[in-house]
Ligand binder design. Structure first.
Ligand code: GDP
Length: 317
């Protein structure tokens, strides 16, 4: 296979090449798909080396502030940090997370950091967008800590958990939010929990951490941090490094990533089918009639779906 023109510069860690490579894999142009596959295939042997950390929490909990403080600590420990996001709201609100780079002022200008804002339009491939592709490219470019930010709404935590090694949940130091997280099942998929803004009310933060830690079992205790003052951030970084090391040593990380890749492939197949289906001329020819019958209550929706699928697969089998 011919070497992709971006590959060499990407592997040298050139920031512009990385940005262009990500733009390529995000492209929806049919002509770019083969190019994107080529580049990703060639980057793949150079990927996989990073610690992939998901960071979730409700808007306002301090994710951006945290990522800035945490990223700088990791850089002090010799890491190269890439910050990516999955954004369930993109296409609806224009996507807010990472949109405002000024929230990570120091990290954004650091030569050991790369921050990629989420694409602001369309949600290609569901909530995950092209974040997984971007992660591989960042790894090939030499970034060894990937921080994947998500707003804690809808399916986004599950999505980010499916593409990272560890998921860190940020919480506010008040019981109402803790209960909410527990109710929504987020606690079950979080590998680590940190109560942020501990500087505001240390006693409340301690109580919240204690309460949360009780529910975490072997994943605990919950950490107390302040993204603003930096307190607790270095200790959390150490705890995460220890956890990641154990995950690698036990073979757990390899198993997890294998499963994630298989699921990713399945998702890509379904996405491809869905795009083909939506653009199919036989389907669109029959759609108005079938849709009308569903809307007027003459045809049950599952029967309608089968008619459309039959139209789609005509001559294909
Ligand atoms: P995000 O929406 O989760 O990304 O939250 P931001 O990082 O934008 O933070 C929301 C607000 O909380 C901002 O005004 C921050 O300055 C503030 N904030 C974030 N972390 C802390 C913290 O540890 N202590 C205090 N006192 N304020 C914080």
């Amino acid at each position: 296979m011919v070497e992709h023109p971006l590959l060499a510069a990407l592997l040298r860690g050139e920031r512009r090449a990385l940005a262009r490579a990500i733009t390529l894999v995000e492209s929806t142009q049919p002509a770019d798909l083969a190019q994107a596959d080529q580049l990703l295939t060639q980057a793949l042997p150079h990927s996989g080396g990073a610690l992939r950390l998901g960071i979730s929490g409700v808007p306002g909990v301090g994710k951006s502030t945290f990522i800035e403080a945490f990223g700088l600590v990791a850089i002090e420990h010799g890491r190269r940090v890439a910050v990516l996001a999955i954004d369930p709201s993109s296409g609806v609100s224009g996507g807010s997370i990472l949109g405002d780079k000024t929230r990570m002022e120091r990290l954004a200008v650091h030569e050991a950091a790369f921050i990629r804002p989420t694409p602001s339009s369309g949600v290609l491939g569901g909530v995950a967008g092209r974040t997984r592709e971007a992660m591989l490219l960042c790894e090939a470019a030499g970034y060894d800590l990937l921080l994947v930010e998500t707003v804690g709404v809808g399916q986004s935590e599950t999505t980010v958990a499916a593409m990272t090694d560890l998921l860190l949940l940020l919480q506010l130091p008040n019981a109402g939010d803790d209960l909410q997280a527990i109710k929504r099942g987020v606690m079950e998929i979080a590998d680590l929990v940190a109560v942020n803004k501990a500087d505001l009310d240390p006693a409340a933060a301690r109580r919240a951490a204690f309460q949360l830690g009780a529910g975490l079992g072997h994943r605990g205790p919950a950490h107390e941090v302040s993204a603003l003052t930096g307190e607790g951030i270095a200790a959390l970084w150490s705890a995460i490094e220890v956890r990641a090391q154990a995950q690698r040593d036990s073979g757990e990380r390899e198993r997890l990533r294998r499963e994630q890749n298989v699921a990713w492939m399945g998702e890509a197949v379904r996405e491809g089918l869905s795009i083909r289906f939506d653009g199919d001329t036989r389907v669109s020819a029959r759609l108005p009639d079938i849709l009308g019958r569903v809307e007027s209550g003459q045809l049950p929706p599952p029967a309608a779906a089968r008619l459309l699928l039959a139209a789609f697969f005509e001559d294909k089998s």
